[in-house]
Design a protein around this ligand. Structure first.
Ligand SMILES: [Zn+2]
Length: 216
């Protein structure tokens, strides 16, 4: 099997080139540049390559060799060249799969944080995240889970209802999963039957409900 040298760009999200990487003891700071020379205007969808100015975005990425990683992105503002478009200038857009427009974490770190939150609940997840060198607060964790939990979903027909710990042994909510697509689709603030009933009444197409919760 042919061996290839490890390029620094394979360590970071796709669509960027590494400009330099420095380690200031506790943290690794990687400065990156977008590889594309164009970006899509969020107003009209047209592609523009006319750079207006540059600015810096700073995001947290997955830890590397036991150290937290800060990604410094030299991002750009572009001019929209579409005559009828209301946006004259827009900030560079990246693939949402790599990083969302105003995100402070890369999408792959966000996903990890989301799964930690789902698996362990707020505070235990935050302390475990610290051990994994993912600097994320309890509040951030809950926000990530709620935000991702609110994403639009395809109407499910087979769902599972279970308890979900906002705080282990203290505060419980309800998690609803689409069992066919195998993903969580809703987090309800408590485990009252009436709350779940209200949610269910908005989804009349549901044919099968599997319950795996104590009481209620
Ligand atoms: Zn435009």
């Amino acid at each position: 099997m042919m061996q290839r040298a490890l390029r620094p760009s394979v360590l970071i999200p796709p669509g960027f080139d590494v400009e330099r990487a420095v380690c200031d003891g506790a943290t690794t700071v990687i400065t990156v540049r977008p590889t594309s020379d164009k970006s899509l205007c969020p107003g009209c969808g047209a592609s523009s390559g006319r750079i207006h100015s540059r600015y810096q975005r700073c995001l947290t990425d997955l830890p590397l060799a036991g150290r937290p990683v800060r990604l410094m992105i030299v991002a750009r503002r572009f001019r929209c060249v579409t005559v009828m478009c209301g946006r004259r200038i827009f900030t560079e857009r990246f693939d949402d799969g790599a990083l969302a427009p105003w995100a402070r974490r890369t999408a792959r770190l966000d996903l990890l944080v989301h799964h930690l939150g789902l698996a362990l609940g707020g505070r235990p997840a935050a302390s475990f995240a610290r051990r994994l060198m993912l600097p994320v607060s309890n509040d951030t964790l809950l926000r990530v889970v709620r935000r991702r939990g609110c994403q639009p979903f395809a109407a499910p027909s087979v769902i599972g209802i279970d308890d979900w710990a906002w705080r282990r042994n203290q505060r419980y909510g309800t998690i609803i999963c689409d069992l066919e697509r195998r993903r969580p689709i809703a987090l309800l603030p408590d485990r009252e039957p009436a709350t779940a009933q209200a949610w269910l009444s908005g989804q009349p197409q549901i044919a099968v409900v599997a319950r795996d919760r104590g009481g209620g």
